[in-house]
Design a protein around this ligand. Sequence first.
Ligand code: DGY
Length: 319
Amino acid sequence: MKVFITRKIPVIAKDLLEKNGLSVKEFAKDRAITKEELIRNTKNVDGIISLLTDKIDSSIIDNLKNCKVIANFAVGYNNIDVEYANSKGIIVTNTPDVLTDSTAELTIALILACAKRIPESETFLRDGKFVAWKPQLLLGVELKNKTLGIVGAGRIGREVAKRAKAFGMKIIYFDRNKREEFQNDTGTKKVSLNKLFSTAEVVSLHLPLNEKTHHIINKSNLTLLKKNAIIVNTARGEILNENDLIDLLKQKKIFSAGFDVYENEPNFNKKLLKLDNVVLLPHIGSATIEARNAMAELAAKNVISVLKKNKPITPVLGD
Ligand code: DGY
């Protein structure tokens, strides 16, 4: 049976697939695969390991003749029409858990980078502007005793909250479900989105992207933020109306914002480059050696499981 991997991922995946008797082809070029290349390479395969940059819609799915499993090398799966794939008997899987710590750590790094103005301070020094220590130079904000609002208390959101507790932060959250265990563990409470935005000094976004969450963060809630507020997004760019946030940042209505994800990746909004109250990262939430190896291993194991007619390890269902 044949498996196609849409871009080079840690070799552990290919090794594992081959050890299990599967024939593996990996897209050889170091760039995202085009739609035509994807169609050409997947027509007769039994399984696919895809990336979040591959849009797997009905036109791709209709072209699959033998495919039984699409294993997304990401926890997010908004790039795949899961419902349509399922309707064609194709199982879709993702890589939850294994990237939670990496993404939670990155989120904390982004919050700290915003609060302490780290990139801005480094640029200041590199530009030769550090000529004297000054009492008012590059003043940041402290996290202790501030409130962190977690928007989406799934695995990553909850791990961010745990780490923020160690900084002495109070936690509130917004989620469609009540998270009893999380509430008991962190002494947090569920609030409405508007309450969260008007209360928290730091807001961290962790919602999945779907029809209900597209632009859920927009002017109506962003304008509730306090002047010393920080907002960071390590989830998906499209849950946030970027232009609305840029307007606030331009007018210095909030302290700063940290972005790891953007509305039109990789063609992010170039207006962001003109702002000094932002920290901009190139979607590196899960970019650790540990997480990426574990993601490759889990994606491969999902493919093997399905092709051996066992249950997928981490299947996803349509929203
Ligand atoms: C994911 O897994 O969804 C991240 O955004 C990328 O690793």
